[in-house]
Write a protein that binds this ligand. Structure first.
Ligand SMILES: *Cc1c(COP(=O)(O)O)cnc(C)c1O
Length: 502
């Protein structure tokens, strides 16, 4: 299977090149030229395989320049019971909300307690193998812009991985205290963490700029290094996410919740559009999906886009209690637009250029219709998010995090608007303990809160009896190693300095 850039069809690469490079030289994103097709018989053959078995099948279909042994090695190293708490890294919690069944796909049982682990525990293995195939002997420099969870998950995945170095930038006031502490205490000899004065979009734009500056690339080249990306624009991030939608479907069938061939809805709390795009790809491959419900917080640029066909990032930016969704430029939307415009690189490039220059574009009527028929967009503010956490906890004794609560609230709105009772999977993207303050404010009935993050964790545990994930409780006694803060314009210098090439 070959991949090409969304902004230049003539840029054609192998899977390992796509993963090693991360982003195309022209600034476009790599997409597979065709998708494997999974009919009901194929899905039936997946039913007894378990998560890792399904992952191996899906990876083999996409990574055609990997050997079966290499794929086996990547999957077995990534999804261990030791790292994910059990042999099923993505279990489903069967709950109900406001009288409707919800199947909550818990994607946060990995080492950093957010769904990013699902991809970032395997990406380093995919990447080091890809580098061996494509770039003899060069070290990979991973640059990450994070709204909180990616940074830590990437650091955990790449720490002390041979022939890699990783530098993470996060918005200084845009992540939760727990997320900040998780990153600043990161261990490993090849890691750097730095805050920037700006928001997530500034960090992401800064990283994209560094990637595409030829002088910086040649400086690295001289020192036998090359850039690669662990951001959700890397195909190696998206592919592992396709797996859990297929696996969760199989789990619903195995648990007797649906019959093979039945359609499901998928609800995803969305930021960069990677997670929901993975479910869309799974559907293009044959997974029976009725509707993709795209849930946003007050940064509702995607809700407006789905409803109007106009993407306009010129709007107020809100810092919310679901910070991993505080995003105005959803990078992975580019891949959807490419697909829906009939694989048109010129059209995609036109829209993306407009986004860069005027911050806005409007898609054609056909694309508008295609988006609307597949997706439902909705959003929910912080007040509603907390109400949802409280209601879910009161009704079910189930504690969900702020991002998951946005998804539950938008799903509730969808059902009341449409009456659609299709069985539904809701992607749950983080442990509630990563966002203790907001979750506590939702459930503690107005009592005063302690200042210290770990005291809040303990209080939340007292009130709810929900288990505290070990990776979070063990952070308590760790000292911060990193405290750098730089201006966006100084990011290139910081990178060269951190790599010791300037
Ligand atoms: C990253 C993240 C999201 C958004 O996912 P995208 O793939 O960027 O749309 C949602 N919730 C949490 C907790 C996250 O870490």
């Amino acid at each position: 299977m070959l991949y090409n850039s969304t902004e230049n069809k003539n840029e054609v690469v192998s899977a390992s090149q796509a993963i090693a490079q991360g982003i195309s030289k022209d600034g476009g994103l790599f997409v597979p030229q065709e998708l494997p097709k999974y009919d009901t018989d194929v899905l039936k053959s997946f039913l007894p395989l378990g998560y890792k078995g399904i992952a191996k099948k899906v990876f083999a279909d996409f990574l055609t320049d990997f050997t079966a042994d290499e794929i086996e090695d990547c999957v077995e190293k990534a999804y261990t019971a030791e790292k994910f708490g059990s042999d099923n890294p993505a279990p489903i919690a069967y709950k109900s909300y406001n009288g409707n069944d919800v199947n909550i796909l818990e994607l946060w049982h990995g080492p950093t307690c957010a769904f990013k682990d699902m991809a970032l525990q395997i990406l380093p293995h995919l990447l080091t193998k890809s580098l061996k195939k494509t770039n003899d002997g060069k070290d990979a420099v991973i640059l990450v812009a994070t709204s909180g969870d990616t940074g830590k998950a990437a650091l955990e995945g790449f720490k002390d991985v041979e022939h890699t170095k990783i530098i993470v930038f996060y918005p200084v006031d845009g992540v939760s205290p727990m997320q900040k502490h998780q990153m600043n205490t990161q261990e490993g000899g090849n890691v750097k963490v730095c805050a920037i004065e700006g928001n997530f979009d500034d960090a992401q734009t800064g990283v994209k700029k560094i990637f595409t500056t030829p002088e910086i690339a040649s400086e690295l080249e001289k020192n036998n290094m090359m850039f690669s990306s662990a951001n959700s624009i890397n195909w190696g991030r998206l592919l592992p996410q396709i797996v859990y939608y297929i696996a969760s479907y199989c789990e619903l069938v195995n648990d007797g919740k649906i019959s093979l061939g039945d359609k499901i809805n998928v609800v995803v709390p969305t930021g960069n559009f990677g997670n929901i795009l993975a479910s869309y790809y799974a559907c293009c491959m044959g997974l029976p999906v009725n509707k993709f419900i795209c849930a946003s917080n007050s940064n509702n640029v995607l809700t407006d886009f789905i409803n109007t066909g106009v993407y306009d990032k010129n709007r107020q930016f809100y810092t919310t209690i679901s910070p991993s969704m505080d995003i105005l430029v959803s990078s992975n939307l580019e891949r959807l637009l490419y697909k829906l415009s009939g694989d048109s690189d010129t059209t995609t490039k036109e829209w993306m250029t407009a986004l860069k220059t005027v911050g806005k574009y409007e898609v054609t009527d056909e694309v508008k219709d295609a988006v609307k028929s597949a997706f439902y967009g909705g959003f929910c503010d912080d007040v509603k998010t907390k109400e949802t956490i409280k209601k879910m906890f009161d009704e079910q004794g189930y504690l969900c995090d702020t991002h998951t609560a946005v998804a539950v609230a938008v799903y509730d709105k969808y059902v009341s608007e449409t009456g659609d009772k299709t069985p539904t999977v809701i992607a749950s993207t983080a442990s509630p303990y990563k966002f203790s303050r907001a979750v506590l404010e939702a459930v503690n009935d107005g009592r005063e809160l302690p200042d210290n993050e770990f005291d809040m964790v303990d209080l939340l545990n007292d009130i709810t009896s929900a288990d505290i994930p070990k990776p979070l409780s063990s952070l308590k006694d760790k000292k911060a190693r990193f405290s750098d803060v730089v201006k966006v314009d100084d990011m290139p210098d910081y990178v060269l300095g951190a790599l010791g090439v300037k």
